[in-house]
Design a protein around this ligand. Structure first.
Ligand code: ADP
Ligand code: MG
Length: 621
């Protein structure tokens, strides 16, 4: 809640809206306590007094009634009616939307066709018709305004609910034996509530306007009762001769609607989870670069990540997700990057092609060189041409990276055509060849499958085929086999290995599985809290880890048939990267840590074939 308010008030316009609205609300709440004249008492002798004359701060209207008093009492009424209409419309609309979306089928049809019928009439006409049928009066205006807004909520909420109703957590609730009411109230409602609040906050202003409109036409509040609309309506005939009688309610309507809309927009932005973690803007096409310090010189590696630092700036917090990471691959080489979840592996991988979401991500130092050319801060067009063409990615979950509405053949062809000027039939032939390369059987029929028609292993093959589509020089695979079972995993690894040998492909393979690293990688690097703590040839590192962290990690891996060995879990959790301890970040969990480890920065010792960031490394052989 505090975080939400902080985020909301970082938006200056929303703050302005909140301040104006608060002042108005406080004023109307205090109205009965203020020493104001009776708003309905007429004094024809005092007609059309100008503001600030005869003890009337805002002057008087055509019947000599005090305008300030009428304004405050009228605002009170208008706000109450508008908010009540919004609450009623939101409640009824959401109830209809959730019920229709959750039950689907016939219920959905009946409810939604009813809503469609309401929507078939022009908005204001419908409200007018309802008031005409019920008779003029503020209560009936309220009912009319609420009724015409029900479809808006019903449609919105139904859309969200339909998406949620098919999700696994609803199935799980059903399996747990919960009844419909309970599922709707405890599982669905919390998920749609933010949407309801957003829809309400952006429509309250509109409903206040509609109520004022009906009153203006004489269909809402009846004389002598004042609300903002009726005040405007009564002042209409004196608009030219005594403009202050119209200006006063006019400005109030303007202030209310403006402040509610600004605040509503602010609430919507602050509740949007995509915007919650960052500043109030959408991600940029490339990661922001704010590089301080020197850029490391070029090397002869195919892809070199040099002293890369990527941070997330969230409010005043700075998360050092990647802090001075250097990695390099040569053609045909496979480098494994291993580390616990949250150690910065994915952020390192995404930084290579400027794919870290910005805001909040910022690359604050180092370089990424592809064939010597620095990609950090390169123009978007340069990066775009390299992405997927020279450097390709394979991600963990192909179901979320493949588009659900296109066939895999279409998507493969598209990834080729976005970099090469080839005809559709040529791209299709190439897609067939690619799927054959990744050993998918019956390729011709599989080509027209949608992603959901394939198994997990099959989809991951499509993911690999897509990465291979433009014969890249480097593939960055971010836990591509974590979601697969061991047999499929072994096939996928064998496949990647073949591709690397056949085509001289360089692979950066990110995983937390030592078995996978041992099988595939020539060299490996171990990451902890955004830094490399150990690097070297895979066999050496696995046989004789130098860093205590690597040693403890390896000790956590169960061995087949060695049931009696006790698994030594590492106590504690990886540190949160916005508040790293000084010195070695592993020191708090390390049983060999000395005072020196906690005192100052520990540098990565790259003197030999092996590199290790530790003051008291294990003995090398
Ligand atoms: P992994 O090694 O599991 O792939 P990541 O690279 O995804 O880890 O994450 C590294 C660190 O960056 C994590 O500690 C995470 O908290 C932080 N991080 C990632 N994305 C964001 C973000 N949008 N805002 C703040 N911190 C983030
Ligand atoms: Mg990751």
């Amino acid at each position: 809640m505090i975080a939400f308010l902080k985020l909301l008030f970082r938006n200056k316009l929303a703050t302005l809206g909140a301040v104006v609205l608060t002042v108005i609300v406080i004023l109307v709440l205090m109205t009965p306590l203020l020493p104001l004249p009776d708003p309905d008492v007429t004094a024809t002798a005092d007609r059309f007094k100008r503001p600030l004359t005869g003890g009337h701060l805002l002057g008087t209207d055509h019947l000599g009634r005090d305008l300030l008093s009428r304004l405050l009492w009228g605002t009170r009424l208008s706000l109450a009616v508008g908010v009540a209409a919004a609450v009623i419309a939101a409640f009824l609309g959401s109830a209809i939307g959730i019920t229709a979306g959750y039950f689907g089928g016939k219920v959905d049809n009946i409810f939604m066709r009813g809503v469609d019928m309401l929507m078939a009439f022009p908005y204001i006409l419908l409200a007018l018709a309802i008031v005409a049928a019920l008779g003029p009066g503020l209560m009936n205006a309220l009912i009319a305004v609420a009724a015409v807004n029900v479809p808006f909520f019903a449609r919105n909420i139904r859309g969200i609910t339909v998406g949620l109703a098919g999700r696994e957590f609803i199935d799980a609730a059903r399996l747990a034996g919960m009844g419909h009411t309970r599922i709707i109230l405890t599982e669905l409602l919390p998920n749609v509530l933010p949407v309801i609040i957003i829809a309400m906050s952006t429509t309250v202003g509109w409903m206040i306007l509609e109520t004022a409109g009906l009153s203006f036409l004489g269909l809402g509040s009846q004389p002598p009762q004042a609300d903002l609309g009726s005040m405007l309506g009564e002042a209409r005939s004196a608009l030219i001769s005594h403009p202050h009688t119209s200006v006063v309610p006019g400005i109030m309507i303007f202030l209310i609607v403006m402040s509610i809309n600004l605040l509503g927009d602010g609430v919507r932005d602050a509740l949007d989870p995509r915007l919650r973690s960052g500043a109030l803007s959408r991600p940029l096409p490339t990661t922001l670069v704010d590089r301080k310090g020197e850029v490391p010189p070029a090397t002869d590696d195919l892809l070199a990540i040099q002293e890369l630092a990527t941070q997330f700036h969230v409010g005043k917090r700075i998360y050092r997700a990647v802090d001075g990471v250097s990695l390099a691959v040569k053609p045909g080489e496979c480098l494994g990057v291993i580390g616990e979840s949250g150690s910065g592996k994915s952020v390192t991988a995404l930084s290579v092609m400027g794919l870290v979401a910005s805001p909040p991500g910022v690359i604050t130092g180092g370089a990424v060189r592809f064939q010597g050319e620095d990609l950090v801060g390169a123009p978007y067009e340069t990066l775009r041409r390299r992405r997927g063409d020279r450097v390709a990615y394979i991600f963990q979950d192909p179901l979320s990276t493949l588009h659900p509405l296109y066939t895999v053949g279409h998507q493969l062809a598209e990834s080729i055509q976005s970099h090469h000027d080839v005809s559709s039939s040529e791209a299709r032939n190439r897609a067939i060849q690619l799927l054959k390369d990744v050993r998918i059987p019956n390729v011709e029929s599989r080509l027209d499958n949608y992603p959901h028609e394939m198994s997990g292993g099959m989809r991951q093959r499509v993911g690999i085929a897509m990465a291979m589509a433009n014969e890249p020089d480097v593939i960055i695979a971010d836990e591509p086999t974590t979601a697969l079972d061991v047999t499929v995993q072994a096939q996928i690894l064998a496949l990647l290995n073949d591709l690397r040998r056949e085509r001289g492909l360089a692979i950066i393979f990110i995983t937390h599985d030592f078995g996978v690293v041992a099988q595939l990688c020539d060299r490996m690097a171990v990451m902890y809290a955004g830094r490399i703590v150990e690097e070297g040839p895979t066999g050496d590192v696995l046989a004789h880890p130098l860093h205590p962290y690597t040693k403890r990690l390896i000790a956590c891996v169960p061995e087949l048939g060695e049931g009696r060995r006790e698994l030594a879990a590492i106590p504690g959790l990886p540190p949160v990267v916005d508040d790293l301890p000084p010195g070695c970040s592993f020191a708090p969990r390390c049983d060999k840590a000395q005072d020196r480890c906690r005192a100052g920065d520990v540098s990565l010792d790259r003197s030999g074939v092996r590199a290790v960031r530790c003051l008291y490394p294990e003995e090398a052989l």
